[in-house]
Design a protein around this ligand. Structure first.
Ligand code: C2E
Ligand code: CA
Ligand code: CA
Ligand code: CA
Length: 279
């Protein structure tokens, strides 16, 4: 027993080291990624179920390292957050997404809205709302064309400063959405206090929604509540027609997921939007 215990310990020890080394490697590589132009944004359409048109696109960060290849945001975003690098990266995302929306429009492709993911540290940083206003001016976009996706944890972080920043953003005129709704904080009272316009139902609630009655009940309750409160709802992670039918039956207004399109490079967006229109 002792011997295997020791072996187990050793194994654990080694893998811990590997893990930390890997993290350090990623962190160092991330430090250089911006300067080396290794980030890109892919965009995933959000579809208005009433009109059948693309109502907006969500910008999703992609990182291709010369040796590591494509690294998943699920893996590098947490490292970027812990190291503080997310501040510079997030700022790049904000600017790049706004400029891209302006580029599409200049090319005659009218996309109504671009949504970006904002991390807690980025949101809490002094001057965030001023920076958003500045980027909007620079890219000559009307503020309503930009939506910020915030998680419930971002919203519950520093209640006082959060309210101030949210009001400032609302005054500027950008749109605010709660991402991964239902997975974080357990109180809903913030929905009354904050100028939120949209809830994004987390994709975990859509898994097996055709059979899983609990998930179906949660999704339904969120849609009903949103309707009463005058909030928009986007269901994300829609992969199957059967999920779509169920969401439609409950008056869901907007959907996003692989059923319509995966996140794609900006050059593919005109074609993808066209294909969705005729779907
Ligand atoms: P998220 O904001 O919840 O983004 C949705 C994720 O679900 C994306 O993963 C997207 O590719 C994926 N997805 C979309 N449709 C479907 C579907 O039908 N089925 C399934 N199974 N998945 C679907 P991705 O791109 O890997 O991003 C993962 C997370 O990384 C994001 O989750 C977000 O939290 C974070 N992230 C991505 N880009 C950024 C960014 O620019 N800034 C920050 N702070 N976080 C980002
Ligand atoms: Ca999101
Ligand atoms: Ca989400
Ligand atoms: Ca998520």
């Amino acid at each position: 027993a002792k011997r295997s215990g020791k072996n187990t310990y050793r194994l654990f020890d080694v893998s811990m080291n590997d893990d930390m080394r890997q993290r350090m490697r990623i962190e160092n590589a991330l430090r250089q990624a911006l300067a080396r132009d290794e980030f890109t944004l892919h965009y995933q359409p959000q579809v208005d179920l009433h009109s059948g048109e693309v109502s907006g696109v969500e910008a999703l960060l992609r990182w291709t390292h010369p040796e590591l290849g494509a690294v998943s945001p699920q893996f590098f975003i947490p490292v970027a957050e812990e190291s503080g690098l997310i501040l510079q990266i997030g700022d790049w995302v904000l600017r790049e997404a706004c400029l891209q929306l302006a580029r599409w429009r200049a090319d005659g492709v009218f996309i109504q809205r671009v949504a970006i993911n904002v991390s807690a540290n980025q949101f809490a940083r002094r001057g965030f709302s001023e920076r958003v206003a500045q980027v909007l001016r620079e890219s000559v976009l009307d503020p309503a064309s930009l939506e910020l996706e915030l998680t419930e944890t971002v919203l519950m972080n520093q209640p006082r400063e959060t309210v101030t920043t949210l009001r400032a953003l609302k005054t500027i005129g950008v749109q605010l959405a709660v991402d991964d709704f239902g997975t974080g904080y357990s109180s809903l009272s913030y929905l009354r206090r904050f100028p939120i316009g949209r809830l994004k139902i987390d994709k975990s609630f859509l898994v097996d929604i055709e059979r899983d009655r609990d998930n179906a009940a949660i999704a339904q309750a969120v849609m009903a509540m949103a309707e009463t409160m005058g909030l928009e709802v986007t269901a994300e992670g829609v992969e199957r027609h059967s999920q779509l039918e169920l969401l439609r039956a409950h008056h869901c207004s907007e959907v996003q997921g692989f059923l319509f399109s995966r996140p794609v490079a900006p050059a593919s967006i005109p074609e993808v939007c066209q294909a969705i229109r005729i779907m």
